[in-house]
Design a protein around this ligand. Structure first.
Ligand code: NAP
Length: 324
């Protein structure tokens, strides 16, 4: 069969796909243009896509032979799952293998914001570190503070485990409340979103992007946060109303923000880059050698299983496609 891989992946992974199928690969590190994907898909049975590819009904109409879509990423908001399901195409993602790397990134942002790491680095390089003084460059403590986790899934829980090492009190808000014994095991307390926002010193977002979570954090929610609190987003940009965030940062209504993802990537909302009290990463939550390799391997495993007519290990629409 014929396969399109729209991002550059490790050679060994491409070889594993090429052992069974004819593969076309994006050989550079830029996202493949949509027009190129549309032109290449008509004769393909397999598509290993990136989270930057919008796999919508129009694209699927250009791919009448498609039998399997394997997303390179756990978040699959880039894929119209209903449209793929309606065409009988299994879709998979890469859960679990990027949990720790993304939790580390969230914690890195939290520490960097609180201790003004990036601002301090900038100042030192500019030759503005002239002397030590007791009241210079004060940050805020992370240890012992209250962390509010929005979305206590795989990554939210991994952040929670890290927070235990910092002696933090953890509140969580999720769609479903955990059983009492799980809450006790994780030392977390359930809270409504508004209560969490009002109490947390750090609010860390770990929900998927869905129609329910788009702009989950808007002007009203930001207004509920403490003026000393930080917002950390390693989930998806549109979960936060970025214009409202810039306004809140500008007016000092929250202390700062650590962001890995943006509403209109790779663009930033006007004014965001000018704020000193932000730490801005280029969507690298899962970007470690170990994790990106494992993601590629898992996406390929899913793709190959689907093309063999087997149930992909991380199938998102199994129920509808395979019946149970
Ligand atoms: P997960 O295990 O599915 O966890 C998501 C959690 O969010 C679940 O606990 C879910 O609750 C909760 N949730 C869903 N909708 C909600 C809502 N409307 N309100 C409150 N909570 C809601 O997913 P994960 O593996 O932790 O990944 C989370 C997200 O992180 C991904 O979807 C992806 O977008 C993002 N991510 C980003 C990067 C990066 O590079 N920055 C890397 C990896 C992942 P229920 O269990 O009750 O449904």
């Amino acid at each position: 069969m014929k396969v399109l891989v729209s991002g550059r992946l490790p050679e060994a992974v491409i070889r594993s796909i090429a052992a069974e199928h004819e593969v076309e690969v994006n050989s550079n590190d830029y996202p493949m243009e949509r027009s190129e994907i549309l032109a290449r898909l008509p004769d393909k049975q397999g598509f290993l896509c990136m989270i930057t590819d919008s796999v919508d009904a129009e694209l699927l109409d250009h791919a009448p032979q498609l039998k399997m879509i394997a997303n390179y990423g756990v978040g699959y908001n880039n894929i119209d799952l209903a449209a793929a399901t309606a065409r009988g195409i299994p879709v998979s993602n890469t859960p679990g293998v990027l949990t720790d790397a993304t939790a580390d990134a969230a914690f890195a942002l939290m520490l960097a914001c609180a201790r003004r790491v990036v601002e301090g680095d900038r100042r030192t390089r500019q030759g503005r570190f002239k002397h030590w003084a007791p009241l210079h460059f004060l940050g805020t403590e992370v240890s012992g503070k209250t962390l509010g986790i929005v979305g206590l899934g795989r990554i939210g829980r991994a952040v929670c485990r890290r927070a235990a090492g910092f002696g933090m009190r953890v509140l969580y808000h999720s769609r479903h409340r955990l059983p009492a014994e799980d809450e006790a095991d994780l030392s977390v307390t359930h809270a409504g979103l508004h209560e969490l926002l009002a109490e947390a010193d750090f609010v860390s977002l770990h929900v998927p992007l869905t129609e329910h979570t788009r702009h989950l954090i808007g002007a009203g929610e930001l207004r509920r946060m403490k003026p000393t609190a930080y917002l950390i987003n390693t989930a998806r940009g549109p979960v936060v109303d970025e214009k409202a965030l810039v306004q809140a940062l500008r007016e000092g209504r929250i202390a700062g923000a650590g962001l890995d993802v943006y509403e209109n990537e790779p663009d930033l909302a006007p004014g965001l880059a000018e704020r000193e009290n932000t730490v801005l990463l280029p969507h690298i939550g899962s970007a470690t050698i170990e994790t990106r390799t494992r993601m590629a391997e898992l996406a390929a495993e899913n793709l190959l299983a689907g093309l063999r007519g087997q149930r992909p290990p991380n199938c998102l629409n199994c129920q509808q496609i395979y019946g149970s």
